[in-house]
Ligand binder design. Structure first.
Ligand SMILES: Cc1ncc(COP(=O)(O)O)c(C=O)c1O
Length: 388
């Protein structure tokens, strides 16, 4: 047997099933199959015109070298201004950290805030990479189960109880609102309660606000309005349609700033420079981006109307983001197998719930409605003929 080392860490980190599904769907597509992509949470729309123009202009005048680890000053200042415009918050540009997508933001925040072995609470179902990154960094996971009965929202009393336990039973709590895979949005009052409960108990609150801007009729608040100790994680991937540009940001409390900078210097050096220049223009593309949001809203409406007719259920409220997390228990007790069959037999790619909730996800699938309206109608048409 080979003595060359392979760490257990790789085996501890579960596959990101949505990414595996995307690979399989792309393979089928490359061999001539007509696939409806609902498996990955990415806008089908191109990045805004101004963003592409800004990238082209940067290529002409900039040599695209490294930047400061925390990002180019102009973008940090532009994001600071965004907080004043969108939330009425005064956020010094010095506290804005530009990251290689929010994915890098989680790694930086977890490493800067928590000791190895610290326990972090996460609502379940939740974005799969959270638990996978925790596992990779030797951090523990405390699941907070949610259900359709509680609007898929974490229970504030559960959080209060956990936060009050002695000996730092949990060191951190990470919540996304709107959430992936359910779309659940916390009201400002609940967000306030959670943020302030955490601050009072000495639990670091991380607020994933990546789906801000994609909210259908609910009020949107930033956790910084309620706790200056919260770490805010955000990205240009979703509302701004820039998934592949790998660019996001964090707002970091002052004591974490230098540790985050040192970690970023050595882990990534800096976020992609071309993307930083391009992202500067993203906040000025609101008209184009609001048009995309209106398309998601129409897709949402159509799916909420049509999916019960094909036998999928329990997917309310879908307050935001672009996902339906549907109960498919009427058809299967193994949504992994169900989603695989659906992809191979009718070319509709979705993500099985096990990605988001190892415990109860076997009866759910997640469908992303960030695709075109034609694609969404096509998916419903194929499902209608396929399902018994
Ligand atoms: C809730 C949530 N957070 C973070 C991410 C990661 O996004 P990115 O690294 O592209 O910013 C995603 C991607 O789907 C997500 O759904």
């Amino acid at each position: 047997m080979s003595k060359l080392s392979v760490s257990d860490r790789g085996a501890r980190v579960a596959p990101f099933i949505a990414m595996d599904m995307m690979r399989e769907a792309n393979q089928l597509e490359a061999t001539g199959n007509d696939i409806v992509h609902m498996e990955v949470g990415q806008p089908s729309s191109a990045p805004p015109r101004q963003v592409v123009e800004a990238a082209k202009a940067a290529l002409d005048v900039d040599r695209i070298g490294y930047t400061n680890a925390l990002g180019i000053p102009a973008l940090r200042e532009r994001i600071s201004r965004h907080y004043a415009d969108a939330y009425g918050l005064s956020v010094p540009a010095e506290r804005v950290v530009i990251t290689t997508g929010s994915s890098a933001g989680f790694i930086l925040a977890f490493l800067a805030a928590f000791e190895p072995g610290a326990q972090i609470a996460l609502p379940m179902p939740g974005y799969p990479a959270y638990k996978n990154i925790l596992a990779a960094l030797d951090l523990g996971l405390v699941p907070l189960e949610t259900s359709a009965r509680t609007r898929w929202a974490p229970d504030v009393d559960d959080i209060r109880r956990l936060a009050a336990q002695p000996d730092n039973a949990i060191s951190g709590l990470l919540v996304a609102s709107p959430a992936n895979p359910t779309g659940t949005m916390l009201s400002p009052a609940v967000l306030k309660e959670i943020a302030q409960t955490c601050e009072a108990a000495g639990v670091r609150f991380l607020s994933d606000e990546i789906y801000h801007g994609l909210v259908y009729g609910m009020e949107q608040a930033c956790a910084l309005s309620y706790s200056d100790e919260a770490v805010i994680i955000n990205s240009f991937s979703k509302y701004f349609c820039m998934t592949g540009w790998r660019i996001g940001w964090m707002i970091v409390p002052e004591p974490l700033l230098r540790p985050v900078e040192c970690l970023a210097q050595s882990l990534y050096i800096s976020a992609p420079t071309l993307s930083q220049h391009a992202a500067l223009a993203a906040f000025d593309a609101v008209e184009e981006l609001e048009g995309h949001k209106q398309m998601y809203a129409r897709n949402r409406e159509m799916l909420l109307n049509e999916l019960p007719g094909v036998g999928f259920s329990e997917f309310t409220p879908v307050d935001g983001a672009f996902y339906v997390y549907a109960d498919v228990a009427r058809f299967t007790n193994d949504s992994f197998e169900f989603a695989g069959k659906m992809l191979r037999e009718i070319g509709v790619a979705t993500t099985p719930g096990a990605d988001f909730d190892a415990e109860l996800g076997h009866r759910f699938i997640r469908m992303s409605f960030a695709g075109s309206e034609d694609q969404m109608h096509e998916a419903v048409k194929r499902l209608r003929t396929w399902l018994p």
